[in-house]
Design a protein. Structure first.
Length: 88
């Protein structure tokens, strides 16, 4: 099983809680694609950013939709990043 730059807890069915610690190495936050559509809901306030393919980075707020097979990456901010992920 690969090492991921986050801790993940499986809550139920297709719902996961994920936490990226402030100490994460920026080199571990790689461009990647997911196998399914996802809704990512930010827990708390953060200045971490999400960058989708061919777009400028945007601060992560509220709920975000990430389509399957679309390249994207998380850009490290201050503090920990906590998100709720629903895999569709």
């Amino acid at each position: 099983m690969p090492d991921f730059p986050f801790k993940e807890t499986h809550v139920e069915d297709n719902l996961y809680l994920r936490e990226f610690e402030e100490s994460v190495d920026v080199d571990d936050l790689e461009w990647h694609r997911d196998r399914e559509d996802r809704i990512v809901e930010i827990i708390g306030e953060t200045d971490w950013q999400l960058q989708m393919d061919n777009e400028l980075p945007k601060v992560m707020t509220g709920k975000l939709f990430i389509p399957k097979e679309v390249w994207h990456r998380v850009i490290k901010g201050n503090g920990d990043l906590k998100v709720k992920i629903t895999k569709l």
